[in-house]
Design a protein around this ligand. Structure first.
Ligand code: ADP
Length: 258
């Protein structure tokens, strides 16, 4: 297989997802922000040789945002497919990030897409779309932010093969940083160890912890000549402190103790 995006697995998620898709089962990824959920879906879509259509859920996401809407253009009124409909017609992988944020009524259109009917009903234009073979549904949410989790009705949740993803162990996360930012192994390792210490030190208090994405960004700055301390400050300490939950001094102390 050529040109697969780089994805370092944390367990058997690749094999499980492959079999789930073959069985027409939808997949729910549960994990903290920046832990590789999006990259995993990109990897799976490429591995399955399907195109990928993504949508991000928020509390403004309406049914129309997913399925499509009529738009007026130069006096004509035309139906324009939304991302879910495009994925269904194209036999593509559809990935909906932050699914818990999506409103109930918008979630309802996903129901028949989450079982093996893979059927979409476009109420507005009274059309039923049976997804082309190849369609697969992936959703995700971050458990720390899922105040709305209970809102994801049990009937909906129970349809999904649910995979818990998390930040990788130090050695694996270092490999990701090294590869993504093209930095020497030792630099990558230092960032990964710092993250592990911060997650241990502040994670217990239920506040934001460094994500793999932050570490990759910091390492990218180092690869471009910024010193490690500054990169750490601007990509990790400051974003975490800006959340207002943890004073930057406490974060620096944890790093200094390494
Ligand atoms: P999420 O969707 O969980 O918020 P992403 O998939 O966007 O996170 O990951 C953020 C970045 O971290 C990616 O662009 C990639 O550089 C890196 N990354 C995180 N986890 C992995 C992994 N397991 N394999 C490869 N890259 C990863």
């Amino acid at each position: 297989m050529q040109n697969l995006p780089f994805y370092r697995p944390s367990g058997h998620e690749i094999e499980i997802a492959e079999q789930a898709v073959a069985a027409k089962l939808p997949i729910m990824l549960v994990g903290p922000t920046g832990c590789g959920k999006t990259r995993f879906v990109e990897y799976m879509a490429a591995r399955l040789q399907r195109s990928l259509v993504t949508g991000v859920g928020n509390d403004d996401t309406t049914t129309a945002d997913l399925v499509g809407r009529y738009l007026v253009h130069g006096g004509d009124v035309n139906w324009v497919d939304g991302p879910l409909t495009r994925a269904a017609r194209g036999g593509a992988v559809f990935y909906l990030d932050e699914v818990v944020e999506v409103r109930r009524e918008a979630l309802a259109v996903l129901h028949p897409m989450a079982d093996d009917r893979h059927r979409l009903f476009l109420e507005r234009c009274n059309e039923t779309v049976d997804a082309e073979p190849g369609f697969a549904l992936f959703c995700s949410y971050n458990p720390a932010r899922s105040i709305g989790f209970k809102e994801l009705r049990a009937a909906f949740r129970s349809r999904f093969v649910t995979l818990a993803l998390d930040y990788l162990p130090v050695a694996d996360e270092a490999k990701v940083i090294e590869r993504e930012a093209a930095v020497p192994e030792l630099v990558a390792r230092r960032f990964a160890e710092m993250a592990a210490a911060l997650r241990k030190g502040i994670g217990e208090r239920g506040v934001d912890v460094p994500s793999t994405r932050m570490l990759v960004s910091a390492a990218q700055l180092v690869a471009r000549g910024i010193d490690e301390k500054t990169a750490r400050e601007v990509c990790v300490i400051a974003p975490l402190a800006n959340g207002g939950q943890t004073p930057p001094e406490a974060l620096r102390e944890l790093v200094a103790a390494l």
